[in-house]
Design a protein around this ligand. Structure first.
Ligand code: UDP
Length: 232
């Protein structure tokens, strides 16, 4: 069982796939999944995206650097929302970011973050890496390494990594376990290149799960075979 986990969620976990905003039943599901993890005494850090608020295509008339600032602000909005939703359900949570001066966020300080983990808080990291031209996958990889998480779990809508694109090849098979070098050899896309390279360099195991299968998050954390495990 992994003791400390960094979970990367896409913004769409708050709205439902292809939808915008915040949907109560999706949030109830999300909180239920997170609650079962917290109740097992697991230290949980979260990085959440912003796909429920802004999509790349809507911002395509802007320069990348401005579109990315908007995306990062979106992750801050979602971080506040998630913190409130957790707190309202009786789960202690804190939002961390040094990229805005907002009373909803605590500063990104290692001692403070450790104190929150030691007092059973879910720690939500908002604002991505703080830099444009990166993604929340990369932010999740950095946070996982910073907090010495035992594993980075990427929550997606597919149940792991396949040897071929399952939409194009019906006989594609899911890979249960693979190393970073094997994934490169086979040209498999696990996460974006920057995130992948950081996890490989810092030997951070990654698990890709389908978040929409109930209990898949907890199963992955307690070591049951689910999704795809990527090992150094
Ligand atoms: N972003 C950024 N730097 C970062 C993290 C995120 O510029 O370090 C921006 C980027 O535009 C990204 C957006 O914030 O597209 C929201 O993140 P993402 O697309 O990963 O959200 P998701 O699709 O996972 O909901």
């Amino acid at each position: 069982m992994y003791k400390r986990v960094l979970l990367k969620l896409s913004g769409e976990v708050l709205s439902g796939e292809g939808n915008k905003g915040f949907a109560k039943e999706k949030i109830d599901y999300l909180i239920g999944e997170l609650k079962s993890v917290v109740e097992h005494g697991i230290e949980l850090g979260i990085v959440i995206g912003a796909g429920n608020l802004f999509r790349g295509v809507e911002l395509s008339s802007l320069s990348s650097k401005s579109a990315d600032q908007i995306g990062m602000l979106g992750t801050l909005i979602n971080s506040i929302y998630l913190k409130e939703a957790l707190t309202n359900s009786g789960i202690k949570a804190v939002a961390i970011s040094s990229s805005v001066n907002s009373p909803s966020f605590e500063p990104h300080q290692y001692n403070l973050i450790e104190r929150y983990f030691s007092t059973n808080h879910v720690v939500i990291f908002g604002g991505g890496t703080t830099l444009p031209f990166f993604t929340t996958d990369t932010a999740a990889a950095i946070r996982a390494i910073e907090i010495s998480a035992d594993v980075l779990i990427k929550a997606t809508k597919v149940d792991g990594v396949y040897d071929k694109d399952p939409k194009l090849y019906p006989k594609a098979t899911r890979i249960g376990k693979i190393t970073f070098s094997e994934a490169i050899e086979k040209g498999l896309k696990i996460m974006d290149k920057e995130a992948f390279s950081l996890c490989q360099r810092y030997k951070k195991p990654v698990i890709v799960i389908n978040f929409f299968i109930p209990n898949s998050l907890l199963s992955a954390i307690i070591g049951e075979k689910t999704g795809t495990l990527v090992l150094p």
